[in-house]
Write a protein that binds this ligand. Structure first.
Ligand SMILES: NC(=O)NCCC[C@H](N)C(=O)O
Length: 410
């Protein structure tokens, strides 16, 4: 059986991608909620949607089939029927803090009265207290802070479809995310894979599901080729989760190497793909700020050991590590902002390192990172720029905003 998922590299011609069009969730919050929701500003929704449509059109114009998470999630529930819809809603309410009780019942009634698409959209955009016809009188509800506006928080990070799941080979990881602001997101990916006719019973292998305590996010998961992965040890992905998924990939897949790369644990560089992306057979973007003296950085090359255990080889010469793993004589590491510390810092902040390769040597980037983009062109790449004033306020670029489902082999 051919799996509907096929991703054996970061650069093979992109055939199908999963996006989420920004909806009300990206403006349904106040400045004091921003740090918790992992946003640095509140985007202007109409322009963010225009920019996102431009991004989607750029992909379509280049032969990519664009799928939307919000649509697939509703279709999955339509196909699955009432029992699954009820279980999904219960799980979503439980993970939103309402396993039982009067608020649980009121929210269930409110959401339960909607059709699947409206219910999915509503859960994504968040539920304010004043929109539910319910006055809590029980002790638990009454004890809650009066002035918090929401029963269920919005999920503004959903347009970064890269993170809650990651397609690897013929399967995927459905991720247990680090921060509460994003943890419910992967429930949508789970129902799509389990129940959408395009994916259900089609031989999709789940390398690692969301029922884990250890954390991993797709922005850290890079498929370098059909047997080598790079995974960031980052603010969002723990060493335990990397070792766990490595065991699964080695045991049940065609992978034999995982390169763990330690990056600074901070908000600006929350995932490996904010500082390092593969853009051609032998070319990568890299933010100079992650490299120490002489271009060094901590890496561990993980390979299968005895009895299902792992061998780990600690090395610090990133270029040599990549050359060895990919069997290349030379490698072009292209510095964000052309290596200038001010420009590199500014353009990395606006995702200048976060490119989406749609074919070997062809990348989609934000237009605002003009120094990095010019440098990519000088290194022979074809650069397709997309507009980025509002989308970039969420701290993610074209790779973050896309989850490749099918790529041609390289
Ligand atoms: N792969 C990525 O780097 N995704 C960007 C995620 C940005 C989002 N505001 C977050 O902090 O999770």
């Amino acid at each position: 059986m051919t799996s509907p998922i096929h991703v054996t590299s970061e650069i093979g011609k992109l055939k199908t991608v999963l996006l989420k069009r920004p909806g009300r969730e990206i403006e349904n919050f106040t400045p004091d909620m921003m740090p918790r929701l992992l946003f640095d500003d509140i985007p202007y929704l109409p322009i963010a949607q225009k920019e996102h449509d431009y991004f989607a059109d750029t992909l379509r114009d280049n032969g990519v089939e664009v799928l939307y998470l919000e649509k697939l999630a509703a279709e999955a529930l339509d196909a699955a029927g009432d029992e699954v819809r009820d279980a999904f809603l219960e799980q979503m309410l439980t993970e939103s803090g309402y396993a039982a009780g009067t608020i649980h019942d009121a929210l269930k009634e409110y959401l339960g009265s909607m059709n699947n698409q409206d219910m999915v959209n509503k859960i994504m955009e968040g539920i304010r207290k004043n929109e539910v016809d319910f006055v809590p009188t029980d002790l638990v509800s009454a004890a809650e802070t009066e002035n918090y506006e929401f029963y269920m928080d919005p999920m503004p990070n959903l347009y970064f479809t890269r993170d809650p799941s990651a397609c690897i080979g013929e399967g995927l990881s459905i991720n247990h995310m680090t921060f509460p602001a994003r943890q419910r997101e992967s429930l949508f990916n789970e129902i799509v894979i389990k129940y959408h006719p395009r994916f259900a019973n089609q031989g999709v292998h789940v390398w690692r599901d969301r029922n884990h305590d250890t954390r991993i996010e797709g922005g850290d998961e890079l498929v370098l080729n059909d047997h080598v992965m790079a995974i960031g040890v980052s603010q969002r992905t723990s060493a335990d989760a990397i070792q766990d998924i490595a065991k699964s990939l080695f045991k049940e897949g065609h992978f034999d190497t995982v390169i763990a790369i330690k990056i600074p644990h901070n908000h600006a560089m929350m995932h490996l793909d904010t500082v390092f992306t593969m853009i051609n057979y032998d070319q990568f973007t890299v933010h100079p700020g992650i490299l120490g003296e002489g271009g060094h950085i901590d890496t561990w090359t993980i390979t299968p050991g005895q009895n299902g255990e792992l061998n780990l080889d600690h090395r610090t010469d990133l270029k040599q590590v990549l050359k060895d793993a990919l069997k290349l004589d030379d490698l072009d590491l292209i510095p964000t902002g052309n290596g200038d510390p001010i420009i590199a810092g500014r353009e990395q902040w606006n995702d200048g390192s976060n490119t989406l390769a749609i074919a070997p040597g062809v990348v989609v980037t934000y237009n605002r990172n003009y120094v990095s983009n010019d440098l990519l062109r000088k290194h022979g790449l074809k650069v397709l720029e997309v507009i980025s004033s509002e989308l970039s306020r969420g701290r993610g670029g074209p790779r973050c905003m896309s989850c490749p489902i099918v790529r041609e082999d390289i």
